[in-house]
Design a protein around this ligand. Structure first.
Ligand SMILES: [Zn+2]
Ligand SMILES: [Zn+2]
Length: 255
């Protein structure tokens, strides 16, 4: 059985979680088996062994590399059209066992699933990223209308519970999103790039803070990369020097 790093819990947010874990059995977010933790060791092992973070991935966009791409550590797509973001770290593939828990969290509003997904990230990936040199961690924003509709921003709910170096400041207020009625689902790659154009903006009072800084952007799902690319473009337009993506689930190749 693999051993997972358990970092010190923060008071008081997690003290209740600790108490409940001791007192009550809980269902694993993947297999629903009742046990002590939000994800059982069996399911955690599956992500640990098969998670996309284990694979040789494109440094820039996080896609698992094909053999012919390994020498450059860069996928064919990034070689062809260099994205604005500089690095991408992903936990697992979109088609892996965390997809259903993410949907339960996002669409059925089961907040405990979001906490559990942060736990999985913390157990498997946080230790690898703890020394990363960055100043801010920003979630991909929802528009105000979408936020009102859903009641929470799934990326922020996960990101705020992720363990990272104390030098990194988390904020859901720096980056904002306009509301557009067009939906991304079903549109082709070119349309996705066009539909994300101009969708995001930096809150003016925060622009100065971002000058020459490295910023991490957290997204729950990365598919074509169009959204994260547009965010990186806007951040760099506003003086950010480097943009790193942290992604929970990554589509294996652009749809
Ligand atoms: Zn399980
Ligand atoms: Zn790439």
């Amino acid at each position: 059985m693999a051993q997972y790093t358990q970092r010190p819990m923060r008071f008081p947010e997690n003290i209740f979680q600790t108490i409940f874990e001791q007192l009550l059995p809980t269902g694993c977010i993947v297999c629903q088996k009742f046990q002590k933790y939000s994800i059982c060791n069996y399911c955690l092992d599956i992500v640990s062994n098969e998670g996309i973070f284990n694979y040789q991935s494109c440094d820039q966009c996080g896609l698992a590399l094909r053999p012919e791409e390994m020498a450059l550590q860069c996928c064919a797509s990034c070689q062809l059209s260099n994205p604005y973001f500089d690095e991408t770290y992903c936990l697992d593939r979109y088609t892996g066992i965390l997809q259903v828990p993410l949907h339960e969290f996002k669409y059925q509003k089961r907040i405990a699933f979001g906490c559990a997904l942060s736990d999985v990230w913390n157990k498997l990936l946080s230790w690898q990223l703890k020394d990363i040199d960055a100043s801010y961690l920003l979630p991909v924003p929802l528009s105000t209308q979408k936020l009102a509709q859903r009641g929470f921003n799934q990326s922020w709910e996960i990101a705020k519970r992720i363990h990272c170096g104390r030098h990194i400041q988390k904020s859901p207020y720096m980056l904002w999103r306009h509301h557009y009625s067009e939906h991304q689902a079903g549109s082709n790659l070119e349309n996705r790039y066009l539909s994300t154009r101009g969708m995001f903006y930096v809150q003016p009072k925060h622009i100065e803070q971002l000058q020459n800084k490295t910023v991490i952007v957290f997204d729950d799902v990365m598919t074509s990369g169009a959204t994260l690319n547009e965010i990186a473009r806007i951040l760099k337009d506003n003086g950010v020097s480097r943009v790193i993506n942290w992604v929970l689930l990554r589509a294996v190749r652009p749809i």
